[in-house]
Design a protein around this ligand. Structure first.
Ligand code: BG6
Length: 504
């Protein structure tokens, strides 16, 4: 989010230092920020966990992770040798007050060495049950520090429901100012997601079309080919609605539906997003039955390999009624969007992994062409493809070359690969950099999280009270349960999937 600004001396403390998130995302992101020249010389990482490791052992483990997961590929020896000395390890029991004193001593050591006060960022890459104890321990150990210099980063899930999210917000508010709290939704760090604001608000031609007069409906679809795999421990208590819709998909919806902010500052942007959530129609139990559908995958074949159903995954509950697929029809009750349905769907073990936002425009008011010329006619569509393809396509009608007048649909395409040669940073690089720069634009504010929970609670409650009798109801490699097709078909639509390689 920034042009190269200087980052002040910083200590980055990672709780869950020996965990999966640090291995796959955090350290590779910090390493790439280092390679790209973002990190200051006065920079230290303290990884912490329960295992007893020396600094050297910890560095060796992280090197293997970087080699495996970094977008820049295997680390070059010379670069790693410069980066590694910034990494430190400290064994800690987060429940013990001494742990925080030890961090304090280490941080003071760096400040002495640098002869400068450090900003300290605490990243909670741990299970949510540890958030309160760590947040409290960190706050106590910084009782006398200028709040501008201490930040706390909270990974998802932020709460399990509205009540627990409120309780966590309250606890954080007792110890921190909102400007110190960075609630992660990694979708907001994705390059293509950040571009939605640029596309909407840096171009004059879109805004006049961006409303109920020209837009018929909107689809936000995040499909994943992977199954839950070994994550059933977490996933079974969560499900697709909590895991994806409450956060990532609703955030995408906010970016599509928000009013133009006055300027590009964190609170302006977040105010406009929370306005959307507040305007969203709340569900009655009756509406839940009509507008929200769920699914769970059974066994099947994906790309020639046999894959287990959700209930047969490792350590899974064989009678689980957790949904691995959810589709919901939402409305935003304001002047801009009245009557325009927003269909959101997400699921695991589907035919293909693709995250796309489709804006379907209304048809022309009157067709002047004879019926036989318009066989391939489609309403205009704007397709924002977030991943794996990174593109924006505007689908328009055009005359097919030839002596007769035949129309078909063609795509006007902006694709990242063809337009830019520089590599796209990972979402976590953007987000970690922003925590160091103190920019909260791409982070969730407390009120946003609570509004999003408030919105989905009636669905969660209703599903919990009525476990599905039809699970599993879709097979691996499909596009989900039939009820999801029916949800849009009833309104005369179908789910849009981007043809592979953009070809029809
Ligand atoms: C996470 C969910 O937040 O997002 C996962 O917990 C999901 O279940 C993942 O697979 C998807 O993220 P991405 O960046 O791979 O689309």
């Amino acid at each position: 989010m920034s042009t190269k600004t200087t980052i002040p001396p910083t200590v980055f403390v990672i709780f869950g230092g020996t965990g999966d998130l640090n291995a796959r995302k955090l350290t590779p992101a910090l390493y790439n920020l280092f390679l790209d020249g973002w990190l200051p010389a006065q920079f230290a990482i303290i990884g912490t966990g329960r295992s007893k490791l020396t600094d050297e052992e910890f560095r060796t483990n992280l090197l293997a992770d970087v080699n495996q997961f970094s977008r820049s590929g295997k680390a070059k020896k010379e670069a790693w040798d410069k980066f590694a000395p910034h990494i430190n390890y400290q064994v800690a029991d987060v429940k013990a007050p001494e742990a925080y004193e030890e961090f304090g001593q280490r941080i003071a050591g760096f400040e002495k060495e640098w002869n400068a006060p450090a900003n300290v960022i605490y990243y909670l890459a741990v299970a949510p049950e540890f958030f309160p104890i760590i947040a409290t321990g960190v706050a106590k150990s910084h009782a006398g520090t200028d709040p501008a210099r201490v930040r706390i980063v909270i990974e998802k899930p932020f709460g399990h429901d509205l009540e627990s999210a409120r309780a966590l917000n309250q606890l954080l508010a007792e110890h921190y100012e909102e400007r110190q709290i960075y609630r992660i939704d990694h979708y907001l760090g994705k390059e293509t997601v950040q571009n939605i604001m640029a596309f909407r608000f840096a171009n004059a031609i879109m805004e006049p079309l961006w409303n109920r007069n020209t837009i018929e409906h909107v689809q936000i679809s995040v499909t994943e080919q992977l199954g839950v795999g070994e994550r059933t421990g977490y996933y079974d208590g969560s499900g697709a609605l909590r895991d994806m819709i409450q956060n990532h998909l609703l955030q995408l919806l906010c970016l599509v539906a928000m009013e133009p902010p006055v300027n590009f500052t964190a609170d302006e942007v977040r105010n406009r997003k929370v306005d959307v959530l507040r305007a969203m129609r709340r569900f009655t139990p009756e509406m839940v039955r009509e507008s929200a559908v769920r699914g769970q995958y059974g066994p099947g074949w994906i790309e020639g390999k046999q894959v287990p159903g959700y209930r047969e995954e490792k350590d899974a509950n064989p009678t689980s009624s957790t949904e691995t697929f959810a589709a919901v029809k939402f409305f935003v009750d304001n002047w801009r969007w009245q009557g325009v349905p927003f269909y959101l769907r997400t699921g695991k073990r589907l035919h293909r992994s693709a995250s796309i936002i489709t804006i379907q425009f209304k048809d022309v008011p009157h067709v002047i062409f004879p019926a036989e010329t318009v066989e391939g006619w489609r309403k205009n569509r704007l397709v924002i493809s977030i991943q794996p393809e990174m593109s924006i396509r505007l689908q328009v009608q055009a005359k097919r070359p030839g002596l007769d007048m035949m129309l078909n649909t063609v795509d006007m395409v902006f694709d990242y690969q063809g337009t830019y040669t520089n590599e796209t940073p990972e979402a976590y690089e953007t987000l970690l950099l922003d925590t160091m720069l103190g920019d909260q634009t791409l982070f969730m504010r407390g009120d946003q999280v609570e509004e999003a929970w408030d919105l989905v609670m009636p669905i969660l409650t209703s599903w919990q009270n009525r476990p599905s009798l039809s699970f599993p109801n879709y097979s691996a490699d499909s596009w989900g349960p039939e009820v999801a097709e029916a949800l849009v078909a009833r309104d005369g639509f179908h789910w849009f999937t981007l043809p592979l390689n953009g070809k029809k």
